[in-house]
Design a protein around this ligand. Structure first.
Ligand SMILES: N[C@@H](CCC(=O)N[C@@H](CS)C(=O)NCC(=O)O)C(=O)O
Length: 206
């Protein structure tokens, strides 16, 4: 059975759990990271030398890096309309997934850590202001993209919606300035109708 190491409050783990439920996969999740440890045990470095979560074991095939896990599982277990086989469509899926990881998270990550995991007196207010403004710019890009389609790649949900969809919940859940982005908000509402999204992504921030 598929094994997923990672605590349920990690955005990177949540992406994998959301996908696994969308694909109706049987899996075992093992709490790991922060207070749960496991990734600090000596044996874990042979599974993932970075000691990060999520890490998966799919019948002996070990993989880390959340968005790569999303792509692998979607490609292996998803239908061709969930993971698009066409070269250019696939590249567009990867574009939006990597944008979440390499652009959005550069701001959302520190913003989240400061607001949620840092005592108020130690919070970096300048960083909070700067990353909040950057998040508005990132979300404006997604809002524009979604203005003439229901999902990232068109009329139905694909694996491409998963990383940005996980990020957008965090942004809306944080107590920061949110501009009025109708298309982004409509997509967010569409995602909220999915059981796997509300179950895994819409968790209290901790
Ligand atoms: N780029 C990696 C980042 C992985 C990562 O940094 N995960 C965090 C949790 S979101 C982690 O392992 N933190 C250490 C811990 O929880 O002990 C990915 O997307 O999988």
């Amino acid at each position: 059975m598929l094994k997923i190491w990672g605590r349920a409050n990690s955005i990177n783990v949540q992406k994998v759990l959301w996908l696994a439920d969308e694909l109706n996969l049987n899996y075992e999740r093992i709490d790991a990271g922060l207070q749960f440890g496991v990734n600090d045990q000596p044996w874990f470095s042979s599974v993932n030398p970075n000691r990060t979560i999520p890490t998966i074991d799919d019948n002996g095939f070990i993989l880390w890096e959340s968005n790569v896990i999303v792509r692998y599982l979607a490609k292996r277990y998803g239908t061709s309309d969930f993971y698009l086989a066409d070269l250019r469509q696939e590249a567009l899926m990867e574009q939006w997934m990597d944008w979440q990881q390499t652009t959005v998270m550069l701001d959302l990550g520190p913003l989240f850590l400061n607001l949620i995991r840092t005592p108020e007196e130690q919070q970096d207010k300048a960083l909070i202001e700067r990353t909040s403004q950057q998040m508005i710019r990132h979300m404006a890009i997604l809002n524009t993209h979604l203005s003439d389609r229901d999902y990232i790649l068109g009329s139905s949900m694909t694996a491409a919606d998963i990383p940005p969809g996980a990020a957008v919940y965090r942004w809306y859940a944080l107590d920061v300035e949110h501009s009025d982005f109708p298309a982004l908000n409509a997509w967010y509402e569409r995602l909220q109708t999915r059981d796997a999204y509300s179950h895994h992504i819409m968790q209290p921030l901790s």
